[in-house]
Ligand binder design. Sequence first.
Ligand code: THU
Length: 166
Amino acid sequence: MQENSFSICYKIYGQISELPSEQAELLGQAEAAAENAYAPYSEFQVGAALELDDGQIINANNQENIAYPSGLCAERIAMFYASAQHPGQLILRIAVNSQSAKTSMEQLLTPCGACRQVMAEYQLKQGRNIEIILAAGKGRIMVFESVEDILPFMFKADQLKKNQEL
Ligand code: THU
């Protein structure tokens, strides 16, 4: 038996004004997008803003449904839209912000597993890291350089091939 460990590196900022300008701009757009979320059931409004390598920014927010599983998270709506409308463009970064009167915004927002998996798909497809900027309300902000950092041991297509090591 061998016990292994690994660490991930990420940055924490106290407020949006401390971020580099391209990240601050994107997070500002995610905050604005959260305002327009359709989240009458959870009252947890999430906005996502995604920057493409031609400079375009795609905004999205969570969309809920009375048949709960029919709704979708902000992140996946933004990524699917980007892939549908701009298939040749690289995704440079995604910023996510949440707003809720019901929960403590001291906590950080971290994307669900399904959204991480979808981020992983596009990162692997494009062969270039997607930067991730996460914030809840006006609280502190976490910045990750790669989807790998929020989804370690991600499932990759090459695991379907023979003789692959983890
Ligand atoms: N939600 C997102 O849109 N993104 C996240 O990162 C976390 C959760 C949405 C899904 C649902 O509409 C509401 O927030 C509560 O889970």
